[in-house]
Design a protein around this ligand. Structure first.
Ligand code: 4IP
Length: 146
């Protein structure tokens, strides 16, 4: 599929299981016309760690800071909401984040499952920093502009 963007960014673990660790990994992100994939570059051969089909993405937006320190080298967070998971990605600078968010939004805007509302801040330690709801699947608290 046609390549749109490629850059080394940091991601937070999606914590798909309740026992999953919370950690941050540097990955090579590759956006094409059909998917967003991330690769481990430290492996001898570029090794794919994850792939999200663009058709399953429901929201892409920056994550608003609550003033707390971001615990990884890259400081400009954005979110990719897909299915029931949220992938937090951290860009090295403002411009990089703007480009990723714009290009992803452009690709997903006509998806049938696009959200009406989303969470503008992080899910952290069992609650939403934006609205204090304590369920990860709690409905969004701010209007999403596709
Ligand atoms: C892993 O932690 C990595 O952070 C994975 O990221 C992540 O998968 C796992 O989350 C998490 O348990 P360890 O390396 O310490 O095992 P990556 O795949 O980039 O290596 P995600 O889903 O974030 O890709 P869970 O939720 O899959 O357990």
């Amino acid at each position: 599929s046609e390549l749109i963007l490629e850059e080394t960014l940091t991601k937070r673990s999606q914590q798909k299981k309740r026992t999953s660790p919370l950690n941050y990994k540097e990955r090579l992100f590759v956006l094409t016309k059909s998917s967003l994939a991330y690769y481990d570059r430290k492996a001898e051969k570029k090794f794919r760690r994850g792939l999200i089909e663009l058709s399953l993405i429901r929201c892409v937006e920056i994550v608003r800071s609550n003033g707390e320190l971001i615990p990884c080298h890259n400081k400009y967070p954005f979110q990719v909401v897909h299915d029931t998971n949220i992938l937090y990605i951290f860009a090295p600078n403002h411009d990089s984040r703007t480009i990723w968010v714009q290009r992803l939004k452009e690709e997903i805007k006509d998806n049938p499952s696009v959200l009406a509302k989303f969470h503008p801040q992080f899910w952290q330690e069992g609650s939403w920093l934006c609205c204090r709801q304590m369920e990860k699947q709690a409905p969004g608290c701010e209007k999403y502009n596709p």
